[in-house]
Design a protein around this ligand. Structure first.
Ligand SMILES: [Zn+2]
Length: 246
C-alpha cells in the first residue's frame, strides 16, 4: 500500500518535472512567434517585432536623429558667443545696429558721422569714465588687425566663425596700449583682449568712451563703422541679435 502511494507520488513528480522542462523549452518558441506587424520608420523603412520580447526593432533613423542632435549640441558649443562687456545689453542705449544717423538727428551730439551704423555701440555707465573697462572677445578667432584708425582710435579686428560663416569682428575705441595680442595670435571666446580707450582722447579718436562692435561677413578686413546704403548694411550682422540667441 505504502509502495503504491510512493509510486503514484513519483509518477506525479516525474510528470511535473517533465511539464516544467517542456514549458522552459517552449518559452522561446512562443517568443519567436511575434506578430507580423511592421512599424514604419521616419526614413521610409519598416521594422518588425523581434524576439524575445516582441518589441519593435529600433528604427535606423532614431539613431541618426540622436546623432544629429549631438552634432547640433557640439555645433552650438563651437559657435557659442559671449558679450564683450559686463552687463552689455543694458549699455545699448544710443546707437543700435543699423540706425541711420546724421549730424542733425544723431542720438550722440555733436555727431560727425553720416550713414547706417554697421555695428552696435555699448555705452559706459555713470562713474565708469575713469575706470578700466575690460573688453572680452565675443567669439574665438585670430587677430587680423591692431591699429589706430581714424574714427575709432584703437581698433582690434579678429577673424571668427559664426553659424559656420566666416566673419571679422571689429572692436573700436580701445586703448591700443592695453592690447597684448599680436597679429595672427588666437583669441578665445570670453578672453579679455583690451580695455576701453579713455573718452575724448586719441584712444577713442575724440569720441565718448564706448565700445563699437561690428561683425562683417567674410574674411576681408573692412573698417567702415557706417555705410551709405541699406544694401551695404547686408554685409554686416547685428551682434546683439547673434549673441542674444546664444
Ligand atoms: Zn559705433
Amino acid at each position: 500500500m505504502i509502495n503504491k502511494k510512493l509510486i503514484i507520488i513519483l509518477i506525479i513528480l516525474t510528470l511535473a518535472v517533465a511539464w516544467i522542462c517542456w514549458q522552459m523549452r517552449a518559452e522561446p518558441e512562443q517568443s519567436r512567434a511575434c506578430t507580423e506587424e511592421a512599424r514604419l520608420c521616419p526614413d521610409g523603412s519598416a521594422v518588425g517585432r523581434v524576439a524575445p520580447s516582441c518589441e519593435f526593432a529600433a528604427c535606423p533613423v532614431e539613431t541618426s536623429e540622436d546623432d544629429k542632435s549631438n552634432d547640433q549640441a557640439s555645433h552650438d558649443l563651437e559657435v557659442k558667443l559671449a558679450w564683450p562687456l559686463a552687463d552689455a545689453q543694458a549699455r545699448v542705449t544710443k546707437k543700435p545696429f543699423g540706425i541711420r544717423v546724421s549730424p542733425s538727428d544723431s542720438p550722440v551730439q555733436p555727431e560727425r558721422f553720416v550713414g547706417y551704423h554697421s555695428g552696435v555701440d555699448f555705452e559706459i555707465k555713470a562713474g565708469e569714465e575713469d575706470q578700466s573697462l575690460p573688453v572680452t572677445a565675443i567669439c574665438a578667432g585670430e587677430v587680423k588687425l591692431v591699429k589706430w584708425v581714424s574714427g575709432y582710435g584703437g581698433l582690434l579686428i579678429t577673424s571668427c566663425e559664426i553659424n559656420k560663416e566666416a566673419v571679422t569682428v571689429l572692436y573700436g575705441h580701445l586703448s591700443l596700449a592695453s592690447i597684448t595680442k599680436k597679429l595672427g595670435e588666437s583669441v578665445q571666446v570670453g578672453e579679455q583682449v583690451a580695455t576701453l580707450g579713455q573718452g575724448f582722447s586719441r584712444e577713442t579718436d575724440g569720441e565718448r568712451k564706448h565700445l563699437h562692435l561690428g561683425i562683417h561677413r567674410g574674411t576681408a578686413t573692412v573698417l567702415a563703422g557706417y555705410v551709405a546704403t541699406e544694401q551695404q548694411l547686408a554685409q554686416w550682422l547685428d551682434p546683439v541679435k547673434l549673441i542674444d540667441k546664444d
